[in-house]
Design a protein around this ligand. Structure first.
Ligand code: P6P
Length: 334
């Protein structure tokens, strides 16, 4: 495979598909540069005195890590001045962040989880940044939260950076999924995957099994059949992985297949699960579908969900198409 840069890829995509105008290319390159900065900060760990709690909570009521806030600021500062954005939204901020008046307003909306998997920061397990790009509604002058409430099918780009043994940026702009590995000596993103494809079948599943007694019947049935292995209806043994970093679990699935589940459960009956629709489930679902996989909330395609709130949660079943269709089918049989 040609080892091309992110910039060359974006310019060639524009020539081929007319899908990445200059302002969207600038947006993606600015976000990728912020991810390089985040990778450096994450990589320093305690040496940068950035580990540990920030003694504050985010809108989700979750304790924020120092790095959550630092990385959120990196993304805000990197994207404010370019003239490509109208506003931003983040897991770490209750309200949207309009572009300051001193800068020109652009045509895109950027949503992100600046550092997903925070519980893994202090124990040196892979974490990541997830981002989603929408177009601002025509004629919008002053961005409001409602301008962000667009179904996942309206995304023009989505991606994540995973900070693990390698730092890898995974991106889709609607024409397949590409991956770029950070060449730390050159400081550049180099294409290492030209078209990600999730295998249709898999023998690997990901779920937090400690919640088993709280799962609703369709998930109990699906996971129970997997656990029965050769002796059960599936007739084969499987393996389970749970990193508790969505970026790491999704990256494994993009690389070798699998099914990722964060279902609703009886612990909080009024909540449809833990993960957030706008800046976790939607971007990951866009990537997974572009790689030939599937993503539902147990009942419907995640990308079709019409959002009602910026920080709303959603149940997530995504990955190898045959498995997602099976577990979704069990929900529909209910
Ligand atoms: P649990 C990380 O906090 C996160 O939002 C996702 O990245 C991850 O998949 C999930 O929560 C882990 O949740 O309940 O297993 O700790």
């Amino acid at each position: 495979m040609k080892r091309i840069s992110l910039t060359q890829h974006l310019i060639e995509e524009q020539r081929l598909h007319n899908s990445i105008p200059a302002s969207l290319r600038l947006l993606i390159e600015v976000v990728s540069r912020a991810c390089k900065t985040i990778s450096h900060a994450v990589g320093k760990g305690e040496l940068g005195e950035v580990l540990g709690s920030a003694e504050s909570e985010n809108v989700q009521g979750e304790v924020q890590k120092k790095l959550d806030i630092i990385c959120n600021d990196y993304l805000l500062q990197a994207n404010e001045w370019g003239g490509h954005l109208a506003a931003m939204a983040s897991e770490e901020m209750e309200t949207i962040h309009p572009i300051p008046n001193r800068y020109p307003m652009g045509e895109y909306l950027l949503l992100f989880d600046p550092l997903d998997g925070s519980s893994n920061i202090d124990v040196n397990v892979s974490i990541g940044t997830i981002f989603s790009v929408l177009k601002a509604p025509e004629g919008m002058t002053t961005p409001t939260e409602s301008d962000f409430l667009q179904a996942g099918t309206r995304q023009v780009a989505a991606g994540y950076a995973i900070y693990g043994p390698q730092t890898v940026l995974v991106l889709t702009t609607g024409n397949g999924v590409q991956a770029f590995t950070l060449d730390r000596e050159m400081g550049s993103w180099v294409m290492t995957m030209q078209q990600g494809t999730i295998p249709e079948e898999t023998k690997e599943y990901a779920i937090n099994a400690s919640n088993a007694r709280h799962w609703y019947p369709p998930v109990q049935r699906y996971v129970g059949e997997l656990l029965a292995g050769k002796t059960g209806p599936r007739g084969t043994d499987v393996t389970m992985r749970w990193v508790a970093s969505m970026v790491a679990d999704v990256h494994r699935i993009l690389t070798r297949g699998g099914v990722f589940m964060y279902p609703a459960d009886a612990r909080e009956p009024d909540k449809p699960g833990k993960l957030r629709l706008m800046y976790e489930a939607n971007p990951m679902s866009f990537i997974v579908e572009q790689a030939g996989g599937a993503a539902t909330d147990g009942k419907q395609r995640i990308l079709d969900i019409q959002p009602e709130k910026l920080h709303q949660r959603v149940a997530v079943f995504l990955g190898s198409r045959s498995e997602v269709e099976r577990v979704t089918g069990y929900h529909r049989e209910e």
